[in-house]
Design a protein around this ligand. Structure first.
Ligand SMILES: Cc1cc2nc3c(=O)[nH]c(=O)nc-3n(C[C@H](O)[C@H](O)[C@H](O)COP(=O)(O)O)c2cc1C
Length: 167
C-alpha cells in the first residue's frame, strides 16, 4: 500500500523529454495498465492510437496551444472512446488514462494528460491527422518519454474538502 501511494504521489505532469526512445515493452505495459481500468458494465469502450511518427506528432502538437510537447515526446498515446457503445465512455477512458499515467510513472517515464474532449475543434484536428472515424470520440493525448525535467512527488491532501456523514 505504501508503495502504491508513493507511485500515485510520484506521478506529475512531465512536459520535457529526452530523445531516448520508449521501448515497445514499455508501450505494451502502459497499454496493459490502461486496459485494466474499471469501466461501466465492463464494456471497455476504449481504443488507443499509438503515435511514434515524428511528422504526425508535430501535427498533434498543433491541436491547441497546450499540446506543443507532443512534438518532443517519442510516443503519444491518443485515448479514444466509442460514444455509441457506452454513455460512460468519458469516465471509462478517463480511468484508463490515469492508469496509463501511473504506469508511465512506475516505469520512470514522464507523461502528461493533454485534454481534447470536450473541445470539438481540437477533436476534429486530431481526427483528421490520424484518420479516426466519426463516432469514435477523442478524450485526450498522452505524450510520453524519458523525463528531461523532474518534479517532486507531492500530496494535495486538503481536509477542507472532506465531509463526513453529509456536507
Ligand atoms: C482533463 C485534463 C486536461 C489537461 N490538459 C492539459 C493540457 O492540455 N496541457 C497540459 O500541459 N496539461 C494538461 N493537463 C495537466 C494538468 O495541467 C496537471 O495535471 C495539473 O496542473 C496538476 O499537475 P500534476 O499533474 O503535476 O499533478 C490536463 C489535466 C487534465 C486532468
Amino acid at each position: 500500500m505504501g508503495e502504491m501511494l508513493d507511485l500515485i504521489k510520484k506521478r506529475r505532469s512531465i512536459r520535457r523529454y529526452t530523445d531516448e526512445p520508449v521501448s515497445d515493452e514499455a508501450i505494451r505495459t502502459m497499454l496493459e495498465a490502461a486496459m485494466a481500468a474499471p469501466s461501466a458494465d465492463n464494456l471497455q469502450p476504449w481504443e488507443f492510437v499509438v503515435v511514434r511518427d515524428a511528422g504526425l506528432r508535430r501535427q498533434l502538437a498543433q491541436t491547441h496551444p497546450w499540446s506543443r510537447m507532443c512534438a518532443g515526446a517519442p510516443v503519444v498515446f491518443v485515448v479514444c472512446g466509442h460514444e455509441s457503445r457506452s454513455s460512460h465512455w468519458v469516465e471509462d477512458t478517463s480511468a484508463a488514462t490515469e492508469n496509463l499515467l501511473l504506469a508511465a510513472a512506475g516505469l520512470d517515464l514522464g507523461a502528461v494528460w493533454v485534454g481534447v474532449y470536450p473541445d470539438r475543434g481540437a477533436e476534429a484536428h486530431v481526427r483528421k491527422v490520424l484518420g479516426i472515424p466519426e463516432g469514435l470520440r477523442v478524450l485526450c493525448l498522452v505524450p510520453v518519454g524519458h523525463p528531461a525535467e523532474s518534479k517532486p512527488p507531492r500530496t494535495q491532501y486538503d481536509p477542507r474538502k472532506v465531509h463526513y456523514d453529509g456536507y
